[in-house]
Design a binder for this molecule. Structure first.
Ligand SMILES: [Zn+2]
Length: 301
């Protein structure tokens, strides 16, 4: 997938691509250097967090989490969705952030709070399905669907769907997009705990066009594939997490010209590059590919 994304990025001339995907092609393992077990199978089977001091370990797409907290399934201003996935686990700072953002969302007309999608597995790590990142307890998907009720049953939370905000393949927002979406995204991006937010290109351009006053928060809003049923919030490494690897910060400036470039390429796709290497299926991460500390997270009580 690194190769595929790289090829797409080269083809489309997307300067930001490499900075978003964040999996260095190096092994940073130590005690599990020869451990060829597939990490997603092991981490996907862990039912609860580890009884350890909370710590995000490794990179967003190559790591794990110790001492995770569980976002309560229902709170005064949020509900966790798709409970069967057991992905409402994250670092305590992420859980705090999601609750804080949900309180802000609840001040917006038409929003009772937030519907929270995938965070991380109880011990983080690679997942059996979906998501390349979300491995360190610092990523959270927030549904675009404005919550009308916060008393959804478990079954309803399995079955109802979010709604798409895009038209023209993501070049533009559709008629479901509201000023409240922009206010919530702006609040999230203005939070110093947040490193970046992924959303479809048309949404970023819409916010670029309507933003007034300070524009510095726009730099954290990053155009990306998909992300029209939810937006994805990524936090910085919490202070003191020595084994946590931050991404390079987004480029300076509001990033609006870059987002417009994404839109232009959606509307007028460049011809495929005949020299692009064929996409290669991504190898599964093994325990040896993860930081050595993740073996301890896996084996902890
Ligand atoms: Zn996500």
């Amino acid at each position: 997938m690194v190769r595929l994304i790289a090829a797409v990025c080269i083809t489309l001339g997307l300067a930001a691509c490499q900075s978003e995907t964040s999996a260095p092609d190096i092994s940073i393992a130590s005690q599990n250097a020869n451990d060829t077990r597939v990490a997603k199978t092991l981490f996907g089977a862990m039912p609860t967090g580890s009884a350890q001091r909370p710590e995000a370990v490794g990179g967003y797409a190559r790591g794990c989490q110790a001492g995770a907290a569980q976002l309560p399934e229902t709170g005064p201003t949020w509900q966790a969705m798709r409970l069967s996935r057991n992905r409402n686990w994250a670092q305590p700072e992420t859980v705090d952030f999601v609750q804080d953002l949900s309180r802000f969302a609840a001040t917006q007309p038409g929003w009772e709070g937030l519907y929270v999608g995938d965070m991380s597995q109880p011990r983080g790590g690679p997942m059996l399905t979906g998501h390349r990142s979300h491995q360190t307890g610092l990523d959270a998907d927030i549904w675009m669907l404005p919550p009308k009720r916060l008393d959804l049953t478990v079954a309803e939370r399995e079955n109802i769907s979010s709604i798409s905000m895009r038209r023209s393949s993501g070049a533009f927002t559709n008629d479901q997009w509201t000023p409240q979406h922009e206010a919530i995204l702006r609040a999230a991006a203005s939070d110093p705990r947040v490193a970046r937010i992924f959303v479809f290109p048309g949404a970023k351009v819409a916010m670029c066009n309507s933003a007034t006053g300070d524009r510095s928060w726009l730099s954290k809003i990053r155009p990306w594939w998909g992300h029209h049923y939810h937006f994805h919030v990524r936090l910085n490494c919490p202070a003191g997490d020595a084994g946590c690897t931050d991404q390079a910060p987004p480029p300076p400036g509001d990033g609006c010209a870059e987002a417009q470039g994404w839109v232009d390429r959606i509307l007028n796709p460049p011809p495929p590059d005949p020299n692009a290497p064929p996409p290669k299926p991504r190898a599964e991460l093994t325990m040896a590919n993860l930081p050595g500390q993740c073996l301890g997270v896996l084996n902890a009580d």
